[in-house]
Design a protein around this ligand. Structure first.
Ligand SMILES: [Zn+2]
Length: 244
């Protein structure tokens, strides 16, 4: 392929812009905020799980308190009834039975009230835990939102940089003939870079030093000949800095 040396030199500018676009893309994929967000999402999930677990314990204990309160109330009502019966009088045997039952009920109520007190204490402790767990979820939400905001800002900066480079690229490609541009783009898609400055006997893309025969070929090729690296296939652009 033939191309005017000045046109070939435009390829170097295009290659610089493309290298910058590659860096922008790489940066986009490797933003540290992405890793932070992943970590923050895992942390948020763990904190949410922990809150659900504390809340479930609290609900269970709350149910238990209500159950014990209802039982205490039942016993109390029974005691009330027995006392009313005793006040209305009866046989000595009936009085004795009622007295006996009242003693049993009193012991039963005492035991239930002890249980109730203990469960209420546990419920209170669990309520405190729920409060802490809620704060932890809120803190994890804030951490995640902060990382997402910083990622969005970084992506916006990259969008701006990319748009600027794309505009430069669009202007450079107008000055390059279609067949040369097609070749350049094909190599770039395969290798990541389409052209490089030939300098000090090395390809500007893969940096491999040419052997004597290849070097002679490059040296003797007409200025408008598009020469390519035998190793990586990139177009080797010859300029005054090539040292030929
Ligand atoms: Zn090469």
């Amino acid at each position: 392929m033939k191309a005017d040396p000045a046109v070939q030199r435009r390829l170097l500018e295009l290659a610089d812009v493309d290298a910058e676009l590659n860096r922008i893309n790489h940066r986009r994929r490797t933003l540290p905020e992405l890793e932070e967000i992943g970590q923050a999402e895992r942390d948020q999930q763990a904190k949410r799980d922990s809150l659900v677990s504390s809340q479930t314990s609290f609900d269970d204990l709350d149910q238990e308190v209500k159950r014990l309160e209802a039982e205490v109330e039942q016993v109390r009502a029974r005691e009330e009834r027995d006392r009313t019966l005793m006040e209305s009088g009866g046989s000595a045997k009936q009085m004795e039975d009622l007295q006996h039952e009242l003693e049993t009920l009193s012991r039963r109520r005492g035991a239930l009230e002890d249980d109730l007190l203990e469960v209420m204490e546990r419920r209170e402790a669990t309520e405190t835990e729920v409060g802490y767990a809620r704060e932890a979820v809120s803190a994890a939400d804030t951490t995640l939102e902060d990382a997402q905001r910083r990622r969005d800002e970084a992506q916006k900066d990259l969008d701006t940089a990319e748009a600027k480079r794309q505009a430069e690229r669009a202007s450079f490609v107008q000055e390059i003939p279609e067949n040369l541009l097609t070749l350049y783009d094909r190599i770039r898609q395969q290798r990541g870079a389409g052209a490089g400055l030939f300098q000090a006997g090395r390809c500007g893309v893969c940096r491999i030093e040419l052997d004597r025969a290849a070097l002679t070929h490059v040296r003797e090729a007409p200025a408008d000949e598009v020469v390519r690296c035998e190793e990586c296939g990139a177009i080797m652009v010859r300029t005054k800095e090539s040292g030929l």
